[in-house]
Design a binder for this molecule. Structure first.
Ligand code: NAD
Ligand code: 2HG
Length: 527
């Protein structure tokens, strides 16, 4: 049974898949204090949050069984991604479900700002019929500067064009072709700042975007321009904005988000030129249902060992690529696991070579899985697809991935090579059409072994009787041999036997195998 803690209020319809799942115990508690949260996370496999709950390193470190953190929304600035990655915890979000609601909210804020609607309403509530005080400006013909032309920025631009505004956008990924297609101008940040009558930001909050709109940026803007932030508090420097409004440089601002939330005492709220909402961009019935559904799906999928659609801290794999690569997942992990169990010494370098039909695809996910297979021998289940590369690099292991032209006659070939301070070993495998995975090479020996079950690897001298003696001894220990493969370099030279047996080999049996004449080394492993 998976325990899933839902910390912030989420649409009940949206989390229906979790509530109905027979293998899930969903615990919804949006009122936990910090101390209660630290206690509650100890026993759960998944946490789901919106923007309110801070999933800090401390929280993640308390959550000993945690596998996945779901963010019902876009921004993941309330989750310590480094800590999650280090602990092998997958973070998933719901990036699409609230785009329209947030774009619509931005338009509502834009119009409120242009026509002073909240301020005028507030006066009416005070029984004051003020008309002169609230003369607004038209949007038609004005320029909207959009900083961050992602999902929401693009939707806002389309809507602003509907108001017959001119739109100029800046985004590091926006080029002329994309801008033409969207029917907007594109410019540098400086050009956008200089031309905007209204400036709206739609970037994530990151180191590079923190105070992106600061005192200097505001200085570049037209006198009397207006600023909107429905993305994240902190993208616009709040002190600089406050001063710019007070000095008259900026005519007004519309804010849905603040550097610190809740922000009921914020000085900007005392300015009549400011319209504000308490982080309501995504607060619609539709958006909340969408994000809760999306995140529930991914959380369930991850817990059940499936592939998530919106991973944040591991690269996503397109469904097309997934179709090509997934048959190799098990092979890749098993090759890594096999070799890690037979190699001796301290791991220094892992190289993974791909040939045949594998040369045409992005094989990074397969390398990651091979590394996971290798590291699990020493680190256990704590290493997974999320932290495999990071764990290897933290341990000083160099990883090298290469495409190779040597197919050795196979349509696909995956070779894993490990170098330690004592030796260099390699293993190669292939997927045989209709027959599944096979180990086809171990060091210099050609073999044909299914990478599954209880295996015995024996290094011996190619001499008459060696195989028979192994068979007899295994039978004495009541060990049934399912398959046996022998590989040798030359007649009478070094050779290997790889046997699959029906149960795990006991240490006494392994020791006795090692004492047989002409047998040099015996290694037993279970895949
Ligand atoms: N107010 C709300 O309730 C609410 C709701 C949803 C999303 N959001 C926030 O809105 C923002 C945008 O969300 P989205 O779904 O459009 O994200 P997105 O990832 O689709 O788009 C973000 C865009 O910002 C661009 N960008 C990154 N750094 C930039 C920089 N230095 N200058 C200019 N552009 C830069 C990226 O290239 C990307 O195109 C996020 O901060 C998100 O958290 C707020
Ligand atoms: O949880 C919310 O309502 C806010 C979500 C929003 O800020 C987001 O980044 O998706």
């Amino acid at each position: 049974m998976y325990r899933v803690l839902i910390c912030d209020p989420l649409s009940e319809e949206g989390i229906r898949p979790l509530l109905d799942a027979e293998d899930v115990e969903a615990i919804a508690d949006p009122s936990l204090s910090h101390e209660e949260l630290l206690e509650a996370v100890k026993s759960v496999q998944a946490i789901i949050v919106r923007s309110q709950t801070q999933v800090t390193r401390e929280v993640i470190e308390h959550a000993e069984n945690l596998q996945v953190i779901g963010r019902a929304g876009v921004g993941v600035d309330n989750i310590d991604l480094d800590a999650a990655t280090e602990h092998g915890v997958v973070v998933v979000n719901a990036p699409d479900g609230n785009t329209i609601s947030t774009a619509e909210h931005t338009m509502a804020m834009l119009m409120s700002l242009a026509r002073n609607i909240p301020q005028a309403y507030h006066q009416l509530q005070q029984k004051r019929w003020e008309r002169k005080k609230f003369v607004g400006v038209e949007l038609k013909g004005k320029t909207l500067g959009v900083v961050g032309f992602g999902r929401i920025g693009r939707e806002v631009a389309q809507r602003a064009k509907g108001q017959r505004m001119k739109v100029i956008a800046y985004d590091p990924f926006l080029n002329q072709e994309k801008a033409d297609k969207a029917g907007v101008d594109h410019g540098t940040l400086q050009e956008v700042l200089q031309q905007a009558d209204f400036l709206t930001v739609h970037t994530p909050l990151m180191e590079e975007t923190k105070h992106l709109i600061d005192r200097e940026a505001i200085q570049l803007m037209k006198p009397g321009a207006r600023i909107l932030n429905c993305a994240r508090g902190g993208i616009v420097d709040e002190d600089a904005l406050y001063q710019a409004i007070q000095s008259g440089k900026i005519a007004g601002a519309a804010l849905d988000v603040f550097e610190e939330e809740p922000a009921t005492e914020h000085p900007l709220l005392s300015l009549t030129e400011v319209v504000a909402t308490p982080h309501l961009g995504a607060s619609t019935v539709e958006a909340q249902e969408n994000v809760a559904t999306d995140v529930s799906y991914d959380v369930l999928e991850h817990l059940r060992g499936g592939t998530v659609r919106n991973p944040v801290n591991m690269p996503s794999v397109s469904s097309e690529m997934m179709e090509q690569l997934s048959p190799y997942f098990k092979l890749s992990e098993r090759l890594g696991a096999f070799l890690s169990r037979v190699v001796e010494g301290t791991l220094e370098r892992v190289s993974v070579y791909y040939s045949g039909e594998l040369t045409d695809v992005d094989t990074t996910p397969l390398t990651r899985i091979a590394i996971k297979g290798i590291l699990r021998r020493h680190i256990g289940q704590r290493v997974n697809d999320v932290n495999a590369f990071k764990t290897a690099s933290d341990k000083g292991i160099v990883i090298n991935e290469q495409k190779s032209t040597s197919t050795k006659g196979f349509t696909n070939l995956l070779t894993v090579e490990i170098e330690t301070d004592q030796e260099k070993r390699s293993i190669a495998g292939t997927l045989l059409n209709g027959l599944g995975a096979r180990i086809v090479q171990l060091d210099q020996y050609s073999i044909d072994v299914v990478p599954d079950g209880n295996l015995i690897l024996i290094h011996h001298k190619d001499q008459p009787g060696a195989i028979g003696r192994v068979g007899s001894l295994l039978s004495e220990h009541n060990m049934n041999i399912a398959t046996m493969q022998v590989g040798r370099t030359n007649q009478g030279g070094d050779a290997v036997m790889v046997l699959t047996v029906d149960k795990e080999v006991e240490s006494e049996c392994q020791d006795r195998l090692g004492e047989i004449t002409d047998i040099n080394k015996v290694q037993c492993l279970t895949l």
